[in-house]
Ligand binder design. Sequence first.
Ligand SMILES: Cc1ncc(COP(=O)(O)O)c(C=O)c1O
Length: 388
Amino acid sequence: MNIPMINLKEQFRLVKKDILKNIYEILSEQKLILGKYCSLLEKTIADYVGVRHAITCANGTDALILSLMALGIKEGDEVITTPYTFFATASSIALVGARPVFVDVKKDDLNIDPKLIINGITSRTKAIIVVHLFGKLCDMDEIVKIGKKNGIYIIEDMAQSLGAQYAGKKAGSFGDIAALSFYPTKNLGGIGEGGMVITDRDDLGEKVKKLRVHGMGMNTYHHEMIGINSRLDEIKAAALFVKFPYLEEWNRKRQANARFYSEKLKDLPITLPPVPDDGTHIFHHYVIKTQQRDDLQAFLKENGIQTGIYYPVPLHLQECFKYLGYSEGSFPISEDAAKTSLALPIYPELKKKEKEYIIKKIREFFTSQTKATRQEFIDKSRSILHNS
Ligand SMILES: Cc1ncc(COP(=O)(O)O)c(C=O)c1O
């Protein structure tokens, strides 16, 4: 059996007819960028998240950069974030000229540890970028309090968490501003690159609308500020608009898959991710931890099962961030996670027999490991007895 990490072909079957119809319409009309479908998508997602502004842009990385630019983050400023995330979370900080300051994550969900944030705050700290990693919300009550108390902006990197909610509030509605990605593998994945900035603040919403088009307002070719070119194509917006109504169902299926895995794997010597039943986790990834990660991954690959490592090198140990002065040991929980974490396929279209096969193979790996360890122990004892 061959099981990929994600099965986009299967998903496309469901939405193909409607997407192709929209693409035909757009190509016939030749309104190709920031048109009707971008506006529809923006309105739909703003309503869904429960904020006033959703602004489409070219990708999630730009959404982070635009968020930082809108908040006026610049050279000389510091932005606190996690070292255990996708590169763009921290590179966006450096790209606007500011300094990323890392704070370690919590052992259970690998999200930034609010208790450690205080260690990273200095007089230069302007913002915190929290990442709702793998689709699970950070401890936003505590983080919002820290932001308010210290006069620090909160940016939510919600690239992996559209639809995750806590106490009736959705990811993207807790901080000052949020960045979303529509990269094809995301829970709401596009037919190419895509992103969105989300905010309830009118001042930031208006600013981002200008920043994404070179800083222009209503007056074409008059630039009020220096912005970037980060617009979304209509055909991509139209495809996302077709997929959006399925998001909740897809997220529920991911959650059901996570419950299935956790139930079937609970007696094995692996650390399972938290599986809350309150909607706070939408399982963009289902990540287990084991000291035998590399062997397990190789074994599953031999058996046709693809897995992923998110992320093999924590950001403070990346070559390009050497200038920040961190070293091995600076963030032990992130470093341990980089060595032990393994993401299993969790996509909504996963069939029951595929899930069962994955479980069977993981169990087989650990049973043979147990047998091998037992045999090693018996052999060792025999040789000790023999030599005594
Ligand atoms: C946590 C996180 N932040 C930011 C991004 C960047 O998004 P994009 O790839 O759309 O630029 C991603 C996408 O992989 C991500 O997972």
